[in-house]
Design a binder for this molecule. Structure first.
Ligand code: PLP
Length: 864
């Protein structure tokens, strides 16, 4: 029989226990260990059974059990104290409140992302991008930053990974009923579910409900298309993260971007929350949010498309997350025309205006393609990559959008990722700091300055406990995995003896795209085997990672790894754990002594797992890529030499196999001669003093840098606040600046073709110029229809190579001296010779307007 109607009956908590409801649904419990303790103590065994999920735990309690708890005075007091603690956390002023008092920061920021990794209980992530988004929201909450997250609700999440007998990845898609999750449905005042809707081709309508997760102070709105009234295909649209390709993906992204903005409007209308002044597009998936906002301004405020574009750009921030071309969403222009043209067109936005936003109309681009990252960059006045190196790589990768400018001037900044310490630091480490340093500041700032007061012995003891905790977890997981792989309990006794809590433990866990090179360590299997089985200085390896369900290459790598680790001779020293997720990660990082990362440089945009290891006293062993390229200092771990041709050390066309051979050989040598040697170098108390000193150095120096609170402050001060200021300036006086900037852009674009640097003269350099000498530069420039105030005439100077290429350049604006012949002008200024060696300069003309954030912004320049 099929039910004709379905209800969800929620537990009714007796009055003294009522605060448990909010404690369970506010996801702050996921990083607040005392709140988790409260739930655990209700019934420790059941707590394990329900996977440490407070909502599930409460739902499992019978009426009798609830009655008994509600008369347990000690417990009721703890509940009240926990609720008071949560209230204080939610209401007390934090960093942002203090900062914004003088800075007039954004009233609200909308953070759009295709995935959010908050807790394993809400599996809405596939990997680093999602975890980062989760850590961003959590840290924004800690800092009091008024952010609201927007995403999709995937009822089967990404997927759950297990292994077949022969080590092939199996995917399952367990259903997560939102009614059993820490989510609440956003409702209209009359109680009906709030509804977002979008037109689809062929007269179809896509409707979505909005679930709200509460992440500390931060609401996270998740759109769910599994609603009555949708056709079957529409109902299934949001069922999986990165589940479909082509049209399916495009529709998901339309719902996220366009539908997400509509959800925000509903949210503000229903709750009175301020409208966001800044829209942060975390990777390209949500890029259509800008198009929807243009549509709002055109249809409701009477702006033209170009004026609305200027207004929208000012308040939009775009973060690019990958230099791997396959990681960027690209659609056919025809698809975009189908979904945003005809009857599906957004009010006031002809699809002909949308298509150029994502067009790859630059050298090396493909015709007929609509690129989401390119649209992200064109719709955002401010953009960034996620580490210094990734910023640089991105400036090179996208330089076609700003022709005429050096890569160093491409307006893509860098903000290095960080991780949310309260989520990722094992409580033993926090307690270690509390014991010896008297506070838990280590989770928020540079709290390890006095780490020399922490006895080496105690630090080592904590590390061993965490290794033991990992070993226990690994034994359980490997046993369970073998049961799934078809082994009987009787043959699995060995799983209780794998790994050793006193052996050097190396971790490697991440998604399995090719560039991360899961199997690099298998390049020379005999050599790895020797490292594992070394009688005096053994090494053990814990490995995990999911391949995308459509990625057979990745699944082959996993199979190779699993089959290697299945060998009875070494299986006590190397394990592959299926179903890498947040819950596993929280045991894995603390339990590892060394965190290994061997991507193909420079494809790891940042990487964050190594940061999480570092926060738990782990040392990194990594290729100098992403964050490690920036923060490796010779004492906080080891750098695996790379044969990356772009570093200049390798020849340009080194083949991939040879490169892998070289890098793997370097990896083995490092482990043997440095890592293991140092780990097993013990004093008379059996303490590895040199190792512990490296751990202490790592905690003290890397500890504060890798924090997501540092990252979020960087976003607020460097991107969000300038974007909010720009956005206000654009919108003031009925969008006067937006209108004016749009007309300036049009005029400049038309006129720059007639701009010329006619003649440049310099005086002041004699035969033997010296540092500190001044050069007087005079430039005669034709400006066509532009006025002198419309342009910035600059002298650009720096080191000159033998082919006259300039590097380390600086620019000085020249001042207008006189006009002659109508449109010809003389500009003048001075440059002081900055340094010895070959020096060169040139003159260029740039657009000038107070609304521009970077000289390269309009992509217009005339060089002498
Ligand atoms: C941190 C984390 C990642 C991302 O790790 P990278 O080093 O960026 O590859 C992926 N999955 C989980 C579960 C994580 O906790």
């Amino acid at each position: 029989m099929k039910a004709i109607r379905r209800f969800h009956v929620r537990t009714v908590l007796p009055e003294p226990l009522a605060p448990l409801g909010e404690l369970a649904t506010n996801l702050r419990w996921s990083w607040h260990s005392r709140t988790r303790d409260l739930f655990r103590d209700i019934d420790p065994q059941r707590w394990d059974e329900v996977g440490h999920d407070p909502v599930a735990l409460l739902a499992s309690l019978s009426g009798d059990e609830l009655d008994r708890l509600s008369t347990d005075e000690a417990f009721v007091t703890r509940v009240r104290e926990a609720a008071d603690g949560l209230r204080r956390y939610l209401e007390s002023p934090q960093w942002f409140q203090e900062w914004t008092a003088s800075e007039h920061g954004p009233a609200a920021i909308a953070y759009f992302s295709a995935e959010f990794g908050i807790t394993s209980v809400l599996p809405q992530y596939s990997g680093g991008l999602g975890i980062l988004a989760g850590d961003h929201l959590k840290s924004a909450s800690d800092l009091g930053v008024p952010i609201v997250g927007i995403g999709l609700f995937y009822k089967t999440g990404y997927f759950s990974q297990s292994l077949s007998r022969d080590g092939w990845q199996q995917e399952t898609y367990p259903l997560h009923d939102p009614d059993n999750l820490p989510l609440s449905l956003v409702r209209e005042h009359d109680g009906s579910p709030a509804l977002v809707s979008l037109r689809l081709p062929e007269g179809r309508l896509l409707r979505a409900h909005i679930w709200k997760a509460q992440v500390g102070r931060v609401p996270l709105l998740l759109l769910d298309s599994d609603v009555d009234g949708n056709d079957d295909a529409a109902r299934e649209l949001t069922s999986r993260l990165y589940g479909g390709g082509g049209d399916h993906r495009l529709q998901q992204e339309l719902l996220l971007g366009v539908g997400g903005v509509r959800a925000l409007r509903i949210w503000s209308r229903l709750t009175g929350a301020p409208e966001p002044e800044v829209y942060h597009c975390n990777e390209g998936h949500a890029g259509f949010l800008g198009v929807e906002r243009i549509s709002e301004l055109v249809s409701q405020r009477g702006l033209t498309f170009d004026e609305a574009l200027e207004a929208v750009r000012a308040g939009t921030v775009f973060t690019t997350h990958t230099p791997v071309p396959a990681g960027i969403d690209r659609f056919g222009v025809d698809q975009v025309q189908r979904y945003l043209g005809g009857d599906c067109a957004l009010p006031g936005v002809p699809v002909e205006r949308i298509v150029p936003l994502g067009a790859e109309d630059y050298d090396g681009g493909s015709a007929g393609i609509f690129n989401m990252a390119v649209m992200g960059l064109r719709l955002a006045q401010r953009a960034n990559g996620v580490s210094q190196l990734h910023g640089e790589v991105s400036r090179g990768m996208f330089d076609g959008l700003w022709p005429g400018f050096d890569d160093s001037e491409v307006p893509i900044a860098s903000i290095t990722n960080g991780v949310h310490a309260p989520t990722w630091m094992d409580r033993r480490v926090v307690e270690l700091a509390q014991r010896h340093l008297g506070s838990d500041r280590v989770r928020h700032e540079d709290g390890w300055n006095d780490i020399s007061n922490v006895p080496a012995e105690d630090m080592w003891h904590v590390k061993r406990e965490m290794r033991q905790q990992l070993v226990d977890d690994v034994r359980r997981r490997v046993r369970d995995s073998w049961v799934t792989r078809g082994a009987s309990a009787a043959e699995l006794g060995w799983t209780q003896e794998i790994l050793d809590p006193d052996v050097l433990t190396i971790g490697f866990a991440r998604r399995v795209p090719t560039y991360k090179r899961l199997t690099l360590m298998l390049r020379d299997p005999a050599r790895l085997r020797r490292l594992l089985l070394d009688p005096d200085r053994p090494v053990q390896l814990v490995i995990a990672g999911k391949a995308h369900p459509a990625d057979d290459t990745g699944k082959k790598l996993i199979q190779q790894m699993v089959q290697f680790a299945d060998d009875p001779k070494i299986r006590h020293r190397i394990v592959f754990l299926p179903d890498y997720d947040i819950a596993m990660a929280r045991r894995l990082y603390p339990g590892c002594d060394v965190w290994l990362n061997n991507p193909l440089r420079p494809f790891e945009a940042c990487g964050t797992s190594g940061m999480k290891a570092a926060l738990n006293g782990g040392l990194n062993l990594s290729i100098l890529d992403g964050w490690w390229d920036e923060w490796y200092d010779g004492h906080n771990g080891w750098a695996i030499p790379t044969a990356d041709p772009s570093t200049g050390s390798g020849q340009a066309a080194m083949d991939a196999d040879r490169r892998d051979d070289l890098e793997a050989a370097a990896l083995y040598a490092l482990i043997e001669n440095h890592v293991a040697a140092q780990f097993y170098d013990r004093d008379e108390q059996d303490l590895p003093q040199r190792w512990i000193a490296m751990v202490a150095h790592t905690l003290r120096t890397l500890g504060p840098k890798v924090l997501a609170t540092r990252m979020v402050r960087d976003y607020v001060t460097r991107l969000y606040a300038p974007a909010a200021h720009a956005s206000r300036a654009r919108a003031a006086d009925d969008f006067a600046q937006a209108r004016e900037l749009a007309s300036y852009r049009r005029a400049a674009r038309g006129a720059f073709g007639q701009v010329h640097v006619d003649h440049v003269d310099s005086e002041g350099v004699g035969d033997a110029p010296q540092v500190g000498d001044r050069i007087r530069v005079k430039a005669d420039v034709s400006l066509g229809t532009l006025a002198p105030d419309d342009v910035d005439v600059q002298v650009v100077f720096g080191r000159a190579s033998e082919t006259d290429e300039l590097s380390d350049v600086e620019a000085v604006s020249l001042t207008h001296a006189e006009a002659y012949d109508g449109s010809r002008h003389r500009f003048e200024g001075e440059v002081t010779l900055p340094r010895t060696g070959a020096f060169g300069y040139t003159v260029r003309v740039l657009p000038r307007h107070p609304g521009l954030a970077s000289p390269a912004e309009l992509g217009l320049v005339v060089n002498a």
